[in-house]
Write a protein that binds this ligand. Sequence first.
Ligand code: PA5
Length: 449
Amino acid sequence: MNPLQLDFTKAFGPAADERLEAIRPEAEKSLRTLYEGTGAGNDFLGWLHLPSSITDTQLTDIEQTAERLRACQAVVVIGIGGSYLGARAVIEALTDSFDALRTGADRTHPVILYAGNQIGEDYLSELCDLLRGRDFGIINISKSGTTTEPAIAFRILRSLLEENVGAAAAKERIVAVTDRARGALRTLADREGYKTYVIPDDVGGRYSVLTPVGLLPIAVAGIDIRALVRGAVEMERAVGPDVPFDRNPALRYAAARQALYREGKKIEILANFHPKLHYVGEWWKQLYGESEGKDHRGLFPAAVDLTTDLHSMGQWIQQGERTIFETVVSIDSPERTLSVPTDADNLDGLNYLAGRRVDEINKMAELGTRLAHASGGVPNIRVSIPRLTADHLGRLLYFFEAACGISGYLSGVNPFDQPGVEAYKSNMFALLDKPGFEAESRAIRAQLG
Ligand code: PA5
């Protein structure tokens, strides 16, 4: 049995099977389009068989580079969108929640910091303050090698690192993950002699977590990348075209969300009841948002952390406009054990929970929420994995990727391009008078009056 389980009973009620069955022929056609490589964007299908094609040599090489970087006090992962969200999702899910505050013998790996995922001057200044005088490493990730946000962060942090440890030692602490031949980062890395990893041409940023884009930072954080890949390989086998509809989770999830979209649901909310999954939600939002949101269609992917956001977004979800459905990512068992203690005074009235596991309470919150939302008109899909471990997370990530590819074809869009991302860049370059954008600069200034 697949350790990743889906529950549609609160999405469609007892008629779940018939509802999924109705969309099955189209879903199967989309799956074939994906695997036969006959759809739009078919030059970006390298992720499809990526897990099973990763070699032992590649993993060893990544592990060795990670080991070298682990000698640093901190490692800054520079990247934006698909060039950092996957790594952050896995690292935050699988490392101690208070990792950054641990010191001395408690530290098994460098503090992982992130930059280049926005253009905040205060953020970058504070990061520089923190890193001044310290021995840190940089993993600079950009497939195009020309993205402005990471390029600015790299220019600033590289100069700081050279000040801290000298130019020669800085080279040993910088790793570039980029295109094999194109882009400014490739040119710089080759000139400076940085260790580099290649992002395959046929793997887009948001599908790249299992390339060195994700695997290198994840390995630096001390996570078992072999287990992560192993889980993904198992899921690759479990969602392929030879796996029938009733046993193919990616196919069924894609079919369910498309059925709900066609019924008028416009927003899918990914909900977790596990604070460590916050960045899995961020990664998922990018994956589905960039893949499906085009040609004026597509579900809007939102994410909430529960029960936290039940005290902020809960009201809207329960009683706001009925254009939403919810997908709950659930972890069957926590890694740790903690129970509510008895209190002789019982002033907080909590003794009815004494001796019960915190996770039992969380699970009842989850079930209660799902029932409340479903009866409030919010269809609810549940995706569960047994534990939050590297292999199960590998399964979950690959499951979402495969379902996303199928979903895109079901929606009739190219799930592998992102033409809309260019619009803001062109305006920003025009406003900043970037050479080559003279005509755009004149046009935008005329527009501003
Ligand atoms: O999924 C994508 O393609 C994007 O989110 C990119 O990953 C993001 O824009 C960063 O691009 P690059 O890696 O070229 O710097």
